[in-house]
Design a protein around this ligand. Structure first.
Ligand code: ADE
Length: 261
């Protein structure tokens, strides 16, 4: 990727292209406030057509193993709501722009989600060295929940699963999604499982976060490539097919894609 660097209010932004599609890459730092700040700065400055977050997460769904990847169909803040003696009842905040209540779950942009599914079948991932041997990541769609705590508790895992049907937990996704919802920018989070949010979480995180982060980023690069392929096909369809007299010339062309191009 050909890139140049720009500093926006202290946030280092890498500006470049992936397969001719313009991208801006920045690190949010940890937690909802940092994630919200960076997202808003980037939206304000670059006016992106979509936002994709990549990172690692703790696995909540027992079917998810270390190294697996969750494409977040939905995100929610697990620490936002009303706390009474019977526990936390999740509630959403109101959008200060229009006064409307936000949803508890933010849905991923439909086009992004579709592109992620296609890209996941075309990405070469690094294997994970786990005690049982070498393992390649499985990719699933799921619910990712966000809060300002690193979860290393079996009890909290159970609550997140029971109350929000969470598949994975992290500390930024729903904050990014809320900013995007309020700013009307389609958004997607991709998370690779670095730990199981249990008593071993800290050790597992230290051991696996790097390779997990690399696999999640590899998928995101291919999502961007897939978006570009779809955009190119759409342009060719409109430009090239309008006056084509052949039968079926107006039909959607079949997908073209070169993995790792
Ligand atoms: N990111 C990665 N693992 C996590 C965990 N266990 N809790 C919160 N965020 C995480």
């Amino acid at each position: 990727m050909d890139r140049k660097e720009q500093n926006i209010e202290g946030i280092r932004c890498m500006i470049g292209e992936i397969n001719e599609k313009q991208v801006v890459v920045a690190r949010t730092g940890v937690g909802k406030v940092n994630a919200a700040m960076t997202t808003m700065l980037l939206i304000e400055h670059f006016r992106p057509s979509e936002v994709i977050f990549t990172g690692v997460a703790g696995g909540i769904n027992p079917d998810l193993l270390l190294g697996d990847i969750v494409i977040a169909a939905k995100t929610a803040q697990h620490d936002l709501g009303r706390l009474t003696s019977s526990g936390l009842k999740n509630r959403s905040a109101k959008n200060p722009i229009d006064g409307q209540r936000n949803p508890i779950f933010f849905s991923a942009g439909a086009r992004l989600l579709k592109a992620a599914e296609v890209a996941s079948r075309r990405t070469t991932f690094q294997p994970f060295q786990v005690p049982q041997g070498e393992r390649f990541p499985r990719i699933t769609k799921g619910i990712v929940v966000t809060g300002d705590v690193f979860v290393a508790s079996e009890a909290k895992r159970r609550t997140l699963r029971e109350h929000l049907q969470a598949d994975a937990v992290e500390m930024e996704g729903a904050a990014v999604a809320q900013i995007c919802w309020q700013q009307r920018v389609p958004c997607l989070a991709v998370r690779s499982i670095s730990d199981s949010a249990n008593a071993d979480a800290r050790q597992d995180f230290k051991k696996y976060y790097k390779i997990a982060a690399q696999n999640s980023a590899a998928l995101v690069v291919n999502i961007v490539k897939q978006l570009h392929v779809e955009e190119t096909l759409k342009v060719n369809e409109t430009v090239g097919h309008e006056n084509d007299p052949r039968p079926n010339a107006q039909d959607t062309p079949s997908e073209k894609y070169t993995p790792n191009a």
